[in-house]
Design a protein around this ligand. Structure first.
Ligand SMILES: [Zn+2]
Ligand SMILES: [Zn+2]
Length: 320
């Protein structure tokens, strides 16, 4: 029998952390992302998840918090002795767009020792890359095609997870599967800084004043983004606080991850105040919501039509 928490884990409190902040609290933990990925690939039992290079203590804690957050649903599959498994909730199954976008960005832009596997689109049979389009007009869409402004529940303070809700771990306790995605999502201020860059913030002093964050913290996070090539610094000849930071092609290419994550947040968390961020697609004038399309056949992708091509050539079904 499936059981869900009594309180709605997707309800937003008026004046509290908004949908973006709540999303970052969940996706900012790499173990949680990897457990969600395994769940979407069909893992249900504790022993399925323990294939991850994860300690029992961390796995137990993450499974419990994912159930509490409404992403996994506990299900008893054997009465004697009592054994329970974990199924992805409907909200969790919709995260495939975010995971696919992360996979594509890491595969394209991050040098790594172990190649990420290719993906195949069942509808056309081709190895493919996801292409971000506007759900309204279906045109391919990039970061620069979008106008964004805060909605009624917007603002920086409400868009970062509360410090106390983050699952704090030393960095060497993290698996390092999506290292650069985690450099963005895994730190409450990093996500805000990248968000500000996508909203057009360039100057050091503007990052500082818009985010109301201490200068050393902003400087440290901007340096990390420059080191991994997401931002590029251009020093002002006279005033160091006027140094400008621009998104590089690699930084701009991260936008599908941002767009699918924010799209997921807005369709998943609900409250009475209205959206945190309103994005408009300049080309058609409609409110932007993301659609992922196969770059080979141009058909919209669905979670069930995407499969991993393992190194040995044997296809593993992806459930979703
Ligand atoms: Zn459009
Ligand atoms: Zn296709």
């Amino acid at each position: 029998m499936a059981s869900r928490p009594v309180t709605d884990p997707f309800a937003l409190e008026p004046g509290g952390t908004n949908a973006i902040g709540r999303m970052l609290a969940v996706l900012g933990d790499e173990w949680s992302l990897l457990i969600i990925r395994e769940s979407l690939l069909g893992a249900t039992k504790y022993s399925d998840f323990s294939r991850l290079p994860i300690s029992h203590a961390v796995l137990t804690a993450r499974l419990r918090s994912l159930v509490r957050d409404g992403l996994l649903v506990q299900q008893v599959y054997q009465q004697q002795p009592l054994r329970a498994g974990y199924l992805p909730s409907a909200e969790c199954r919709r995260l495939w767009t975010v995971l696919l976008s992360i996979w594509h960005w890491e595969r394209t832009w991050v040098d790594r020792a172990d190649e990420l596997p290719l993906m195949r689109h069942r509808d056309c049979g081709e190895e493919f890359a996801p292409m971000l389009c506007c759900a309204q007009c279906q045109a391919p869409t990039e970061a620069l095609d979008i106008d964004a402004r805060w909605g009624p529940s917007g603002g920086w303070a409400r868009s970062v997870p509360r410090a106390t809700t983050r699952r704090r771990l030393r960095s060497d306790d993290q698996p390092g599967m999506f290292p650069q995605t985690m450099a963005v999502f895994g730190n409450r201020w990093s996500a805000a800084i990248l968000g500000a860059a996508f909203l057009g913030t360039r100057r050091f002093s503007d990052f500082q004043s818009r985010l109301s964050a201490p200068a050393p913290l902003i400087a440290e996070r901007l340096k990390v983004f420059c080191d991994i090539g997401i931002l590029q610094a251009a020093a002002h000849p006279k005033r160091s606080d006027w140094s400008e930071y621009h998104l590089t092609p690699k930084g701009l290419a991260f936008y599908p991850v941002v767009a699918t994550a924010i799209g997921w947040a807005h369709t998943t968390y609900h409250g009475d105040e209205g959206p945190a961020l309103v994005q408009t697609h300049r080309r058609c004038g409609a409110e932007f919501s993301p659609l992922l399309v196969c770059d080979q056949c141009r058909k919209p992708l669905t979670g069930t039509a995407v499969e991993i091509v393992p190194p040995r050539g044997e296809a593993v079904a992806r459930r979703g």
